[in-house]
Design a protein around this ligand. Structure first.
Ligand SMILES: Nc1ncnc2c1ncn2[C@@H]1O[C@H](COP(=O)(O)OP(=O)(O)OP(=O)(O)O)[C@@H](O)[C@H]1O
Ligand SMILES: [Mg+2]
Length: 389
């Protein structure tokens, strides 16, 4: 069933006929909400051409987290770039040209298909419910240690190979995961593009690159322009599937607030926000935390990790907490051994599990994310089993 919101009755009739099937029409936003309340399983709301853009944006933002299976599709007379960007950022799935019936039908079909996938409908219960824990490592500022933390955290979460972890490089244009783990990007997330809408477990398994026992990496495309073909729906689809196959999914991100990052944050249980003791990084993080409030990302799921903590820099953790108005959950010290480990291509938690940086990351995994504490012995054995491969 579909809800079509359009104030003009004549226009509503035209689009109801075009879409066909069971369409319920609403003449106002209140009426749309009433219809949505009546049917909690409703999967598509179509905003007609005469509806205010802000109403579609508001409804999409409100239901993005509360009812992720609900798709919002917007019909517009002109597809201006800023309209598209605002709409998509708020969670509107598609914006279709009102004069192009084919693209309207295709947009509705894509949205309904995604909804079915999100509710597990198209899989007829063939696979286990998604229950892996998803952690996105993010910072709006570049170079503060996201990839270093994401790679080491993924290894720490694997608890010596007892747990399955998928590390996803969502820095689609400049991803560094392959470089940091010295993996050959023969298979990457780009392989998902031709099979978008129908990736299954086997498909995802062929796209990941094993790194060490328990840890697989889904690498960024080698050709950066492929990133344009990877849209928010595809990222959501991959994450949903990864959750059903792994105990933990760790997502490394670019330092921009892209639609891919938004898809990752929407699918995450925890947001690991990386701060560094620099004024600009703190200012960026404060703005980001305000954005998180607007987007309704729950406060209790936010972890602020201070990387490159160094008392000699003159900024105390108390100063940082005062600016950020949120406690710092963990401190990762500054150490040149981090750069050495990156240059060697062996993450520091594997190479030196008892190093202060490794201890801090293992603590994030165990105390903040709830994994079993990876023992130094277990980590060393991961390294030697990796070498034997
Ligand atoms: N705790 C640390 N101590 C010393 N150096 C560090 C530490 N953490 C990260 N670095 C250094 O900072 C550099 C940037 O780290 P990293 O690539 O993880 O950042 P990033 O946030 O992923 O960057 P980008 O935004 O470009 O993706 C690395 O070269 C690394 O050597
Ligand atoms: Mg990075």
């Amino acid at each position: 069933m579909t809800i079509l919101y359009e104030p003009s009755r004549q226009v509503a009739q035209h689009f109801a006929m075009l879409i066909g099937g069971d369409v319920r029409t609403a003449g106002s936003l209140d009426e749309t909400h009433m219809l949505l309340d009546e049917d909690p399983d409703e999967q598509l709301v179509l905003f007609g051409p005469n509806t205010p853009l802000m109403e579609a944006v508001g409804l999409a933002a409100r239901f993005r987290l509360a009812r992720p299976a609900l798709g919002v599709v917007l019909l517009r007379h002109s597809l201006e770039v800023n309209v598209l960007a605002d709409a998509i950022r708020s969670g509107v799935r598609e914006v279709a040209d009102v004069n192009d019936p084919t693209s309207i039908l295709a947009a509705c079909a894509r949205s309904q298909d995604l909804s079915r996938r999100l509710t597990g409908g198209s899989r007829a219960g063939a696979e286990p419910a998604a229950d892996g824990r998803v952690v996105t490592v993010y910072s709006a500022k570049g170079g503060c240690g996201k990839t270093m933390i994401a790679t080491n955290l993924a290894i720490a979460l694997a608890s010596g190979g007892a747990k399955r972890v998928c590390l996803i490089d969502l820095d689609l244009t400049l991803g560094d995961v392959a470089l940091m783990l010295q993996l050959q990007p023969e298979r990457t997330i780009a392989d998902a593009v031709p099979v978008a809408d129908r990736i299954d477990e086997t498909g995802l398994r062929t796209m990941v690159t094993p790194f060490c026992p328990g840890v697989d990496a889904l690498l960024a495309p080698v050709v950066p322009t492929v990133a344009e073909q990877i849209n928010r729906e595809l990222v959501t689809e991959i994450l949903y599937l990864a959750r059903s196959m792994y105990d933990y999914v760790v997502i490394d991100t670019p330092p921009v607030f892209s639609e891919h990052v938004l898809a990752a944050l929407d699918s995450s249980h925890q947001y690991l926000l990386v701060a560094t003791p620099a004024v600009t990084a703190m200012k960026n993080l404060r703005i980001l935390l305000d954005t998180f409030d607007v987007l309704d990302y729950r406060k209790e799921n936010r972890l602020v990790v201070l990387n490159r903590a160094d008392p000699r820099l003159g900024v105390t953790p108390a100063d940082i907490e005062r600016v950020l108005r949120i406690p710092i959950s963990n401190h990762i010290p500054m150490s040149r051994d981090v750069s050495i480990s990156i240059n060697r291509g062996v993450p520091i938690v594997l190479d030196s599990p008892t190093h202060a940086v490794s201890e801090a990351i293992r603590e994030v995994a165990s105390k903040r994310i709830g994994a079993e504490m990876a023992s130094p012995k277990g980590l060393k054995s991961m390294l030697s089993r990796r070498a034997k491969r």
